[in-house]
Write a protein that binds this ligand. Structure first.
Ligand code: SF4
Length: 364
């Protein structure tokens, strides 16, 4: 391994790095927020969320004292909502147990909800200058190419090998900038396709470049086909033109967010039958299912859905939150106050082009 790797990389980073908002601060709280937001999410997507979030919650104490709904509303559209819920819980813990200061050692920081080995290494190195090397998808790409590792990057063996390499190469005098630099190199130069090796600061010792194998390294075996579910939901309208929404339990995927009630289609039923069965199970009501309002597709990390939303009216029963934390009737002018997952939000964006009276008239 080149003894100049860290030096060359850092020199390049200092002249070429992008000016990102979390690079202008040394406040561990702000670095923490950025690291959590950046998990599985593109830099350009994160920037406006980062600014809005810190404007609303400038300190750990502000976040700790916030209402979960307010936190999730600011997280709306960013995805992986458990990150937002965990961050909120974690802020309460840091405020109470650590007097509002994020701990600067590995054991304590990994006791904070939502901070695993990756985030701990990133925060400890960037905010506290501690010697922990980070390994994310960008680092894996750079180091497998640099060292000529051709094995499947899905394997634990390769991940461990890359971690060892990163630990080895880490600048022990400037670990925070080193970690940011290697991730920056992966994000801007050592791209998945057609890396810009001609401007890469470490190309002279890069095996993949020297052997012209950048198009076969890293090797990643094919992902398993992800399941695709058909989901039927009801847009239940009452006599005064309000819509019924339900609050998902905290301990499930998309927990703490609101949604239009509904669920997965079973093999033997039509999608309209799904809507009717789900609303009976979830709310204890019989509904009449009218026309379809919208059909849309959405992809989550491990499955895809096609969402079918149908207008509905309750014919029998009083709705109760049988599988949600709470239900509410809301008018269109109120609905935007509540946090919703992406697919539901797309439905709402269309509904907002209607007005309360349109809804009231809809089922007449
Ligand atoms: Fe990546 Fe090319 Fe640099 Fe090697 S030389 S690390 S392949 S950009």
């Amino acid at each position: 391994m080149s003894e100049f790797f860290a030096e060359d990389l850092l020199q390049w980073y200092h002249s070429e790095k992008r000016d990102l908002p979390w690079r202008r601060t040394d406040d561990p709280y702000k670095i923490w927020i950025s690291e959590i937001m950046l998990q599985q999410t593109q830099v350009n997507t994160v920037i406006p969320y980062y600014h809005r979030f810190l404007e609303a919650f400038p300190t750990v104490h502000d976040l700790a004292e916030a209402d979960q709904q307010q936190v999730l509303k600011l997280w709306e559209g960013l995805g992986y909502y458990s990150r937002g819920r965990n961050l909120h819980q974690a802020a309460k813990m840091v405020a109470e147990k650590f007097d509002g200061h994020l701990p600067d050692n590995y054991d304590e920081i990994t006791s904070v909800k939502g901070i695993g080995p990756y985030s701990a290494a990133a925060i400890l190195s960037i905010a506290f200058n501690k010697n922990y090397a980070v390994v994310d998808g960008n680092v894996i790409r750079v180091l497998t190419r640099y060292s000529g590792i051709k094995d499947d990057i899905r394997s634990a063996k390769v991940k461990n090998r890359v971690q060892e390499l990163a630990d080895d190469l880490l600048s022990k005098t400037d670990p925070g900038n080193f970690n940011q630099a290697i991730m920056e190199l992966g994000a801007t130069v050592c791209s998945p396709k057609n890396p810009s090796c001609d401007v890469c600061p470490v190309s002279s010792n890069c095996v993949a470049f020297q052997t012209a194998e950048t198009d076969v390294i890293p090797y990643k075996s094919k992902a398993k086909k992800v399941p695709h579910h058909q989901i039927g939901v009801g847009l239940i309208v009452n006599d005064i033109g309000e819509l019924l929404i339900a609050l998902r339990p905290n301990d499930v995927m998309l927990g703490g967010l609101w949604e239009f009630p509904g669920g997965k289609k079973e093999k033997s039923e039509s999608i309209k039958q799904t809507v009717s069965r789900e609303l009976k199970e979830e709310l204890g009501v019989q509904v009449e299912v009218f026309d379809r309002y919208q059909k849309l597709k959405h992809a989550y990390s491990h499955f895809k859905i096609t969402l079918h939303a149908y207008w509905c009216k309750i014919t029998t029963g009083e709705p109760k939150p049988k599988s949600s934390m709470e239900i509410k009737w809301v008018s269109l002018s109120e609905i935007e106050q509540y946090p919703f997952p992406k697919a539901n939000k797309t439905l709402i964006d269309g509904l907002l082009k209607l007005d309360d009276q349109d809804l009231k008239n809809f089922l007449d």
